[in-house]
Write a protein that binds this ligand. Structure first.
Ligand code: HEM
Length: 534
């Protein structure tokens, strides 16, 4: 359904549009005089269309470009405005982020601009709702995530996935000299894990190849596809056309609809099984998982609301942690000095256990680490955090402005404007992280005594900040530290993707385009002197 203008029609069209263009320009000029001045860097502003051409030109590389935009502006913030279009503000300024995420939280909801594009995927789940709809889910989820029983359950499921699946897989790859796509492996790991923790289901994606249930494998494919395709709805020309394409069942909306059918079918089955278990247990709690607790606490929820809980938790729990691990393994593979410190820490913790407890008891404890031992691993915590600083799994946050406002740096934000905070850009600003901001340096997170030093969430909004801060942060660190300590204790990983920087791929999370090919080799042996001491 492409509309084509003949060459002869263009001049006529321009003449017809000229009065409208002049009117809009005058209106924009009038508005500009009335509004407080936005901080705008030195990006050239064109008559009428303002700085929007820059935005349109760089829409396909928004993450990388946000760094240039932030660096050019004295307040790391740039506003884009053209008549007839809602403004867009891109910021990497911690004071602005505190304002948006916390101080003026109520004025910066997710808003319809975002939620309408995600509604068929995430429904009214926690990620895609505001106000009351968001609040009850936040309260229910906070209660669950703060339970000690959930933490115990998490530790147990992570341990069994590491011992039973991840380590055997790495051993085999090492023995046969096989290159593994570690990004894929982490995605399988976190998918199995979140399904176990959140829904009491084991899809078995990381079990021996082909062992995943066919529905799980189909679900994962559909989930990946929808994420990458829906991001397209935020870019021109789809931003103007996607509703029409959906109404006419045109590509890519046709394929999105089909994939959503698979996703919802899978989520509905999880909900059905959970309800059946609940009924079979005659109303008493039927399992330690998150969904079972929600069903027990909120018997009034519709199947559709529970489906939204499922899809939102899958999004939250799967791709964030796997993205973090992917970039971490890649960074460490290029830094033998960091790897060496990681291995030293693992051996020190293992060694202190051997001396204080006379060795582990049973396979789980000798193969993995206890929760308390993981807490002692400050260097690993610092290295993982530093890796997420450079490659934040959620690289941008998007907000909608309810009422005219002025940000702490003086930037005007109009009602209906979109405000995007770039976590990715923040880590590359010398003003925030010093001259070596682009370097992978775990030590920046350590105090003199070697303990981990956290940072303000507004300067490091990797888990977001304020009332919508991530609820799974602790779960994520447990998973990541478990995997890192168990994997690096035995193996070393060599990147096989060449010398070029891997390409960034923005789905909702920051993936590595084409995966993370890694060769697995045995970790260096324990030096004899240390082995004797242990
Ligand atoms: C490295 C891993 C993770 C990172 C970097 C991360 C980051 C984030 C970020 C940036 C947000 C705010 C997103 C937004 O509002 O648009 C968020 C929200 C959330 N995260 Fe995480 N997350 C991680 C892992 C997890 C895990 C494993 C879970 C558990 C299932 C989880 C559960 C949630 C939930 C429920 C929210 C919604 C909070 C709300 O809107 O009130 N996250 N996370």
């Amino acid at each position: 359904m492409e509309m084509q203008l003949s060459q002869a029609s263009w001049p006529l069209l321009l003449v017809l549009l000229l009065p409208l263009v002049c009117l809009l320009y005058l209106r924009q000029d009038h508005n500009r005089k009335q509004q407080p001045r936005a901080s705008d860097g030195d990006l050239k502003a064109y008559p009428i269309v303002g700085r929007f051409p820059h935005l349109a030109k760089n829409g396909h590389r928004l993450i990388e470009w946000s760094v240039e935009v932030a660096k050019r502006s004295p307040t790391q913030t740039t506003a884009f405005k053209a008549p007839g279009l809602p403004g867009v503000v891109i910021t990497a300024n911690p004071d602005n982020i505190e304002h948006i995420a916390k101080t003026s939280f109520a004025n910066y909801p997710k808003g319809d601009f975002l939620s309408s594009k995600l509604e068929d995927f995430l429904g009214h789940g926690i990620f895609n709702s505001d106000g009351e709809q968001w609040l009850w889910q936040r309260k229910a989820a906070s209660m669950e995530f703060s339970k000690r029983s959930l933490r115990k359950f998490i530790v147990h499921t992570v341990q069994s996935e590491v011992v039973g699946r991840l380590l055997p897989l790495l051993e085999q790859a090492e023995r046969h000299g096989r290159t593994l796509d570690m990004q894929h492996i982490f995605e399988c790991f976190t998918f199995d894990n979140i399904c176990n923790v959140a829904f009491g289901e084991d899809p078995g994606c990381l079990a021996k190849e082909g062992a995943a249930t066919p529905e799980a494998a189909e679900f994962v494919r559909a989930f990946d596809y929808v994420q990458s395709a829906i991001v397209g709805r935020f870019r021109p020309p789809a931003i103007f056309l996607w509703r029409l394409q959906r109404a006419l069942n045109m590509e890519p909306e046709k394929q999105i609809r089909e994939a959503l059918g698979v996703i919802h079918g899978y989520a509905d089955r999880i909900v059905r099984r959970c309800r059946e278990k609940w009924a079979a247990a005659a109303g008493s709690e039927s399992g330690g998982d998150f969904l079972a607790h929600i069903v027990a606490a909120r018997g009034d929820l519709s199947d559709e609301s529970l489906r939204d809980v499922v899809t939102n938790l899958l999004l939250a729990g799967r791709d964030t942690t796997s993205a973090a691990l992917t970039w971490f393994f890649w960074l460490v593979s290029g830094r033998p000095d960091v790897e060496s410190k990681i291995v030293d820490e693992i051996r020190r913790v293992r060694g202190s256990r051997s001396s204080s407890h006379g060795g582990g008891t049973g396979e789980t404890t000798t193969t993995t680490f206890t929760f308390d031992e993981l807490r002692e691993m400050h260097y690993i915590q610092a290295a993982i955090t530093e890796s997420m600083r450079l490659y934040p799994p959620v690289p941008v946050g998007l907000h909608y402005c309810n009422q005219d406002d002025v940000l702490p740096d003086g930037t005007f934000v109009g009602k209906g404007w979109a405000v995007q905070h770039s976590v990715y850009a923040m880590s590359r600003l010398e003003g925030l992280w010093g001259k070596d901001c682009e370097e992978f340096r775990p030590e920046r997170w350590l105090r003199e005594d070697g303990t981990f030093q956290p940072e303000s969430p507004f300067r490091f909004p990797v888990f977001h900040a304020g009332p919508r801060m991530c609820l799974g942060k602790e779960l994520a660190y447990i998973q990541m530290k478990f995997i890192v300590s168990c994997a690096f204790e035995r193996f070393s990983f060599q990147y096989q993707g060449g010398d070029e920087h891997p390409e960034l791929e923005l789905m909702f999370m920051l993936r590595m385009k084409g995966g993370l090919p890694m060769q697995v080799t045995k970790q260096r042996p324990v030096p004899e002197a240390e082995a004797d001491l242990a």
